[in-house]
Each structure stands twice: as structure tokens, then as C-alpha cells.
Write a protein that binds this ligand. Sequence first.
Ligand code: ZN
Length: 411
Amino acid sequence: MRTRQLLISFLALMCSTYLHAQVFDDYFTDNTLRIDYIFAGDRNQQNIYVDQLSKTKGWFGRRKRLNQLPLEGNGQITVTDSLTGKVIYRHSFSTLFQEWISTEESKNTPKSFENVFLVPFPQRTAIVRVDLFDYHQNVSSSLTHVVDPSDILIRCLPLTSNKCVTLQQASDTTNCIKIAYVAEGYTKNQMNSFLEDAKIATEALFEHEPFKTMRGVFNIVCVESESKEEGTSIPHDNKWKDTVLGSHFDTFYSQRYLTTLHLKRLHDALSGIPYEHIIVLVNTSQYGGGGIYNSYNLSSTKHKHFRPVVVHEFGHSFGGLADEYEYTDSDPMYFSDTEPWEPNITTKHNFGLKWQNLIDEGKAGLVEGGGYQTKGVWRGLPDCRMRTNEHKDFCPVCQQALQRLIDFYVK
Ligand SMILES: [Zn+2]
């Protein structure tokens, strides 16, 4: 009986592996379609426009669960095969544009933001749809466009001339999570310093569970993108620097919020390199950072809190984790009629299976405060890497959420 069960499970495993392989090879070539979009608008109305399409050699994202989402996200991209009508690829993301929509500026001034998404290169004509969601998870903006893979105006991008150093090779490079560090504000002569900072970030990351246990599934490279000037722009000190990614503090007038709005430059710097998740290391001693789910994260490397900050920001950009701290005066982003998609906070609207198992085991509870709100949002534990720099680890709720995501990508 046991042998028979084993045989059945073995056949089921073989079958699912076969199906995964079939789906990718049936619909895609081993190349990347990069789609640049412009997201534009103001508080009342947002629009999405196609900017340009390009192709690079190799596909470095996942090759299984292609039509499933890792998390819901604040936006989604969906690729449908035009012949069969089948959804052949989905991915979720968040954007700075959607954060900006909640600022005062968006009430009176329409603005545009660059966004870049990577999808596996389709073999035949595909329909691509981009959806953005509001705070109640309703579609706030949507664009559908057709991509003909034989379109002569899809630009073929060459491999970047930036030097790429492998910091850690995954044990199975065909089934792993690919991370790239990108240098920002390091001059040509400072690349040793960049590589040292990348090593510090890597050691900090793998001191945290579940990354520590899962280290072997991560493939990590460092991209030596040179800046003309060192550092980054600090608008509140009237300091502007000529750097490769044009990053700056004071994003949306928030002093410590360090971002780049130049998504096209960021992806140009990585063209042809094996990457899916991006960690930008910024050569400054000014405290700050930022992380956007499935887009990128940035951290300042010369500040004493570099280690916890880079891990915290990776929690946002890779894990889709929400901040577990609160402000006393912020406008609410989470409402009692909507369950946040972020796995480490809840409004108790539809708590479902988020961390009920950990509550049952006595490993977590429901602690009020999180997602920048003092009321109406609950987290699982008093402290966490997503709450303070002083705490050592991700809380059990975040660890479980990160483990589920790692499994989604590689299991
Ligand atoms: Zn947590």
C-alpha cells in the first residue's frame, strides 16, 4: 500500500513538473519582454500608457506557477495568449505612483511616473493588461494592449556594459530567486566599497529567518553601475548629485524617504543580467531607504542602521510586507471594509488564514497598531524587523509569510 502511495505521489510530482515545463515552453521563448509604461494622472483620475517595448536574452523570473500571483499587490500585470484565451502569466506589484496619489500634491497637480515590468517573451501574439487598485481594492485604472512578438519596433537591448560580479550562486540556478545589487552614488574608484557593502547587506539578510535556512535558493549578483558623483541628492539640504539612478531623499517631501523615479535607467543598468529582485545600495551616510513590492528597494549604506534597514526594505520589496509601525497623525490607508493584501497586518475584515495557525499555537496574537495607523490595523507580535531597527528578527508572522513566498517561487 505504502509503495503504491509513493508511486502515485511520484507520478503526481512527475506530472506537475512536466506540466510546469510544458506551460513555459508552450507559450514563451527563453527571453524577457520589458514593457515600459507611463502612469499618469492626479487624485481623481489615473491613466496608463505604453512607452516602449524591448527584448533581452534570457528569462530570469519563475518558470512555474506562471498564471498564479505571489500576492495580490496594489497592481497586477496579466498576459493572455490571444489564440487560446488562456492566462499564461500574472504578476503583482506596487508603485510609487499609487503612493503619490495619497499626497496633497496629487489633488492639484497631474504628474507622470515611469514603470517597468518584465514578462517572459511570448511565442505568439499576446494580450497584456495592467490593473491598478485603490485602497478598497477596486480597479482604479486599467490598460489592455496587444503585443505581437514579431513587431519590428520591439527594441533588442544589448547586455549592459556594467561589470557584474556573482556574490552567491544558488545551488540550482534554473530554479532559484535572483537578486541583483545595483550601485548608486559610487564612482568608478569606489566599486570595492560597493562590493563590501553588498557583502554586508547579504550577511545581514541571511542572519534573518527564513532567509538563513533558505540561503541556497538565492542567486546574488552585484552590478557595478558607476556614478559621476558620489552620494545621492538631498533636497532638504539643497544638495543635488549627478548619479547613475538619480536617486534622492525627500520623496513626496518626506525627509527620510529615499527613492529613484528613474525606473528606465535602473533597468537599463541591469539589461541582460540575471535578476528579478533589485536591491539598490546608495553610497550615503544620510539615514533612509524605501522599498516597493516587486519593484525595487533602496538603502543608504554608510549609516549605522544600514543592516536592519536593508533587510526591512527587502521585506517590502520582496515580501510585500507592510510597515508594522504607526504614526499618530497619518491619513488612513487601510479601512474596515477591506482586508489588506499585505500578509503581516489585518483589519480583521477577512482575516482568514493569515496567521490563525500561529495564534492557535500561542506564537502570535493580534496587537493593535501598524500600517501607519494607531487604530483599526492589527499586527501579530509587539515587535518585528518591519517595526523597529532595534529588534533582531522578523516576527513569526512575517517569517511564515516570507517562507510561503519563497516556496511559491521555488517549490
Ligand atoms: Zn512582522
